[in-house]
Write a new protein. Structure first.
Length: 308
């Protein structure tokens, strides 16, 4: 594995190896073990051209637990604001001896563009991790979600998993679907209004439901998504109240799932829009464990790419 740009097409063995590698790192993530020297002397540059709370911070923590040096480029105060191109920015950071770029960008394909540029300019030793690009992919989110499911449900091959909400604009959903199907989940459902599901979404290997009551029946895992207004380009939106009434996950609707179903959300949550507080803070929610597991999973990915 040279870069991590997407989970599409990533073999099951590699996905499983990442999850297995993350397991012992959980002790480091939980501060039971202080630091590991696996990336000592390496420089990791966090390039977040879009906002982030969880991903940026957990990448920073993960890199520091692996003893790497971390630079968080503040895009708003960087020379990108003066018109410097993405690839010129990368070239300049390479001149500062970057070993790894963690990239979030509004444009689908931006991390791939950087990876190709590094290859064309002979810097094959510099790694790129996609931290979320446009609607395309958010591979480490998909991986930490799989780690969470494995932690609570142990086996993927007997599960029914539902992904609910704005799949159309969601890079998270694409990475989740890729990972769930790769790991052999027999039934992956997507539930949402036609306007918020990609056309021909069933070609991704999922069952499609336009009714919450039908879609949630008997599921083991409910993965909620928020309305990604920032990617809707001014389209006519349902009001938050309208959306909540039909698609919001309430305690009542959750009773349709299995009694031991877990509820996940990648964050940030919009309470009272896609999820009710009673569910978000309820006993079935594993939303904060997802965040904690993100540290170990990102440590696994970074160490597998970057401790060469
Ligand atoms: N899940 C996720 O990507 O959260 P952030 O936008 O806070 O990084």
């Amino acid at each position: 594995l040279q870069h991590l740009l997407t989970l599409d097409g990533l073999p099951r063995e590699i996905v499983t190896t990442i999850l297995d590698t993350a397991t012992p790192f959980a002790a480091v993530a939980e501060r039971e073990v202080k630091k590991l020297p696996l990336m000592r002397g390496k420089s990791v540059f966090n390039l977040f051209f879009e906002n982030s709370t969880r991903t940026r911070t957990t990448f920073e923590i993960a890199a520091k637990r692996l003893s790497a040096d971390v630079v968080n480029l503040n895009i708003n105060t960087s020379s990108a604001a003066k018109g410097e191109s993405l690839l010129d920015t990368v070239d300049n950071l390479c001149a500062m001896h970057a070993d790894m770029f963690v990239v979030r960008h509004a444009a689908s394909g931006a991390p791939m563009l950087i990876a190709q540029h590094l290859q064309h300019t002979g810097r094959d030793d510099v790694r790129v991790i996609n931290a979320g690009d446009g609607r395309h992919a958010h591979p480490t989110q998909g991986l930490l979600d799989m780690y969470t499911i494995r932690h609570f449900k142990h086996d993927f091959t007997n599960l029914t998993v539902a992904i609910v909400g704005d799949v159309l604009h969601s890079r998270v959903a694409r990475s989740q679907i890729a990972a769930l199907t790769t790991l052999g989940v027999p039934e992956v459902r997507v539930i949402g209004p036609r306007t918020l599901l990609p056309t021909e979404v069933e070609k991704l290997g999922v069952r499609v439901f336009h009714d919450m009551s039908e879609g949630l029946k008997g599921v083991d895992v409910v993965m909620m998504l928020r309305l990604q207004n920032e990617r809707m380009n001014g389209a006519l939106l349902p009001t938050p109240q309208e959306y909540y009434k039909i698609w919001g996950l309430t305690a009542d609707k959750l009773t349709l799932a299995k009694p031991d179903a877990i509820v996940m959300h990648p964050g940030p949550m919009n309470r009272g829009v896609e999820i009710d507080s009673a569910v978000a803070d309820g006993t079935q929610a594993v939303i904060l464990p997802q965040v904690t597991f993100g540290i170990a999973v990102r440590m696994a990915v970074m160490s597998m790419l970057g401790s060469h």
